[in-house]
Design a protein around this ligand. Structure first.
Ligand code: XIL
Length: 373
C-alpha cells in the first residue's frame, strides 16, 4: 500500500514536470515575465494542431512564436505573383489565440527562396530594377498580409560573413550593399508600426559584428528604422565564450538597438569544425565519432550542457530590456533541426525539453535565476 502511494506520488510529480518546473510552481514564461519574451519556433505539425503534446508544452511555457519554415519566400511565393498564405495564416492565428508575440521570419534571405526571384525568362540574372521591384512586391505583400498582427519581422537574414564582408548572394551580386537598406525601407512602408530586425549567426566574430554595427548606423543616418538585431545563437559546447557573446550584446545595444536572441539551441555534439555557423547549405559527412549519444547522454556531458545553457540565460538576464526576447529554435530535442545539421542523422539534445516532452533540469534553474533577479 505504502509503495503504491509512493509510486502514485512519483508519477504525479513527473507529470507536473513540464508544467511546474520547480518548487515555486511557476512556468518558464511566468518566471521570465517582465524580463524578456521567451519564444519558440513552430513547425508544421504544431501549426496544424497535429502535435498535441508539443502544443501543450508551447502554451504552458512560451509567450512568443516564430515560424520555423512556413514564412520563407519559397513557401509564401513559390511562383511569381502566386502567394500561398495557408500555413502562415494558421501560424499567426495560433499566436493571436494564445496572446503571443509573433515574429515573422524572414523576408530577404539567400536560402529557401524560389529560383525565379533572380532570373529572367532566359535564365539570366535580372536587372537591378527588376530585382528591386520583386523585392518590393514580395515584402509589401507579405508584410501587408499581417499588418498590425505580426509584431516584428526578420527583414534581412544572414547577409554578412564572419570576416565582415558581405555574403556574395544574388541579392548582393545584383544590387550590392544597397539591397539591405532597400529591404528595410520597403518593410517600413508596408507597415510603419512593425518592428524591423537584421538577423544573423556567429555575430561574436569581430568582423561580422563590426559590419552589423556599421549597418545599424547607416540605416539610422538615412532615417530608415531598425529596431533590433537578431542573434540567432545556434551555439555549441566549444564556443563562443560568454565574454564574446556579452561583448556582442553590448556593441549592438550601444549602437541604439535592442537585441533578440532569435534561434537559440545549444548542440551537445562534437562540432565537425570550429565555428561552423548556421548556413543551411553546410554539410559534413557522417562519422560515428560525431554522433556519440544515440543511447542517451552521460551525466558529465549532461551537467556541462546544463551549466552552459544556464550561463547563457544568466547573461540574457543581466540585460533585461536590452535583450527583449529569447526564442528557442524548437520545442523538444526530437523536433530540433540540429539532428540533421550540419551532419545528417545525428541524435542531438540542444533544447529545453527532452524527447518525452519533459522540462530538462535547466528549466528549473532558469526559473530560479529569473526569480532571484
Ligand atoms: C532551418 C529550419 O530549422 C529547418 O527545418 C530547415 O530545413 C532549414 O532552415 N538560420 C535560419 C533558420 O535563419 O531559418 C534556419 O532554419 C536555421 C538557420
Amino acid at each position: 500500500m505504502k509503495n503504491k502511494k509512493i509510486l502514485l506520488f512519483t508519477l504525479l510529480l513527473l507529470s507536473c514536470n513540464t508544467l511546474f518546473s520547480q518548487s515555486s510552481g511557476k512556468t518558464l514564461k511566468d518566471a521570465l515575465k517582465g524580463k524578456f519574451y521567451i519564444g519558440t519556433a513552430l513547425n508544421l505539425g504544431q501549426i496544424s494542431g497535429k502535435d498535441v503534446a508539443d502544443i501543450d508544452v508551447i502554451k504552458q511555457n512560451f509567450n512568443a512564436i516564430v515560424a520555423e519554415n512556413c514564412m520563407k519566400s519559397m513557401y509564401l511565393q513559390p511562383k511569381e505573383g502566386e502567394f500561398d498564405f495557408a500555413d502562415a495564416d494558421k501560424f499567426v492565428t495560433f499566436g493571436e489565440q494564445n496572446g503571443m508575440w509573433i515574429t515573422g521570419h524572414c523576408l530577404i534571405w539567400h536560402s529557401q527562396l524560389p529560383r525565379w526571384f533572380f532570373i529572367d525568362e532566359n535564365g539570366n540574372n535580372v536587372s537591378p530594377e527588376t530585382l528591386k521591384a520583386r523585392m518590393k512586391s514580395h515584402i509589401s505583400t507579405v508584410v501587408g498580409q499581417y499588418k498590425g498582427r505580426i509584431k516584428g519581422w526578420d527583414v534581412v537574414n544572414e547577409a554578412i560573413m564572419e570576416d565582415g564582408s558581405y555574403r556574395k548572394s544574388k541579392f548582393y551580386e545584383i544590387l550590392g550593399e544597397e539591397f539591405i537598406p532597400l529591404a528595410f525601407q520597403y518593410a517600413q512602408e508596408a507597415d510603419p508600426n512593425v518592428e524591423l530586425y537584421y538577423n544573423d549567426y556567429n555575430e561574436w566574430y569581430p568582423g561580422k559584428r563590426a559590419t552589423v554595427v556599421r549597418l545599424i548606423k547607416t540605416l539610422k543616418e538615412r532615417g530608415i528604422r531598425i529596431d533590433a538585431i537578431g542573434m540567432q545563437g545556434h551555439v555549441g559546447m566549444d564556443g563562443p565564450s560568454m565574454e564574446e557573446y556579452e561583448q556582442t550584446i553590448l556593441d549592438y545595444t550601444r549602437a541604439g538597438v535592442k537585441v533578440m536572441v532569435t534561434e537559440f539551441d545549444l548542440s551537445i555534439l562534437p562540432a565537425p569544425r570550429q565555428g561552423v555557423g548556421a548556413d543551411i547549405s553546410t554539410n559534413f559527412a557522417y562519422q560515428k565519432e560525431l554522433n556519440p549519444y544515440t543511447e542517451g547522454v552521460p551525466d558529465s556531458a549532461s551537467t556541462a550542457w546544463t551549466n552552459r545553457m544556464s550561463d547563457f540565460f544568466k547573461l540574457f538576464l543581466k540585460y533585461p530590456g536590452k535583450v527583449s526576447r529569447v526564442t528557442m529554435w524548437g520545442v523538444t530535442d526530437g523536433g530540433s533541426w540540429k539532428n540533421g545539421f550540419p551532419v545528417r542523422g545525428r541524435t542531438d539534445y540542444p533544447l529545453l525539453f527532452d524527447r518525452k516532452y519533459q522540462a530538462k533540469p535547466v528549466v528549473a534553474e532558469i526559473i530560479r535565476l529569473a526569480e532571484k533577479k
